[in-house]
Design a protein around this ligand. Structure first.
Ligand code: SF4
Length: 287
């Protein structure tokens, strides 16, 4: 049974701008993680004419039990027009900060790193003043793929740790906690790019578990952190263990700043790209 949601998880209503953003993105055959991952902030973001683009198609080769994105072991080949279409949408929507994420494509030799690089390049050409944040998969830890991302110089490289190490076998069976930490530390060692990560709570963790997770991320060189409530997309997905109250999110925010993150977004409806532009601005000011 899906637990009854508390009042602090109520979503905003859609407005006319929502449909206009949705139709425009569909006309370019673009996918957004807002739609595919059932993001609770989708109504708010689409109504403000903003979105987080999801590239490399709409099917993921992995099977994380918390995630609503569609899965397929053998997805379709990449769409060569996808980078240009994302760049067109960024320009048309007038985004000052573009967030580009993807499904995981373990079937591709480079994991899709070159498609990320091409998308960044196209956005730079169409919208030179737009800052760019990529939320990347782990690329199986392959340094060649990570080097392609680093060389394409987005302002922020995000890689989500998602949950505690002890929950990986149940929640992210095909991922590896230490490999994800190594992705972040490799990027930090090889570049001056800002690094970011995020995790969900409400899957069955203690404050001590969360402290250890934050310490591991800071040791890996992670600059920015997002913390949000896990919401079960359907009965077939991993169950919600608890709805964490807003006051505990504030405790986690303070804990994270004390441990050493440069900026933290923590709240029930926070997702990876929540206040992404403001987070970048805040960290740049402090540099
Ligand atoms: S790898 Fe990412 S997109 Fe794929 S199922 Fe897991 S969380 Fe979802």
């Amino acid at each position: 049974m899906i637990k009854q949601k508390p009042s602090w998880l109520k979503m905003k209503q859609r407005d006319n701008q929502f449909s206009s953003t949705e139709n425009y993105l569909a006309s370019l055959h673009l996918h957004t993680v807002c739609q595919e991952a059932h993001c609770p902030n989708q109504n708010e973001c689409f109504s403000h004419g903003t979105a987080t683009f999801m590239i490399l198609g709409k099917y993921c080769t992995r099977n994380c039990t918390f995630c609503a994105v569609l899965k397929r072991k053998h997805p379709f080949p990449l769409d060569p027009s996808e980078p240009e279409n994302v760049a067109q949408a960024v320009e048309k929507l007038g985004l000052q900060h573009a967030v580009v994420t993807s499904v995981t494509r373990d079937d591709l030799e480079d994991g899709g790193a070159n498609q990320f690089a091409e998308t960044i390049q196209q956005i730079r050409q169409h919208s030179p003043s737009t800052t760019i944040e990529v939320l990347i998969p782990d690329f199986l830890g392959h340094h060649d793929s990570l080097d392609i991302i680093i060389q394409s110089k987005p302002e922020v490289v995000n890689h989500n740790i998602e949950t505690l190490q002890k929950l990986y076998p149940k929640v992210r069976p095909e991922a590896d906690y230490h490999r994800s930490l190594e992705v972040l530390s490799y990027i930090k060692k090889k570049s001056t790019l800002l690094t970011k990560s995020g995790f969900m709570v409400g899957l069955g963790e203690t404050p001590e578990d969360i402290q250890k997770l934050m310490e591991d991320l800071v040791s890996a060189g992670c600059d920015i952190l997002t913390i949000g409530q896990y919401l079960q997309p359907s009965l077939a997905h991993f169950p919600v263990y608890e709805y964490v109250p807003p006051s505990q999110f504030e405790n986690y925010r303070k804990m994270a700043l004390k441990i050493g993150f440069k900026h933290v977004e923590s709240g029930p409806l926070v997702r990876s790209s929540y206040h992404a532009k403001e987070s970048l601005g805040h960290v740049m000011e402090g540099r």
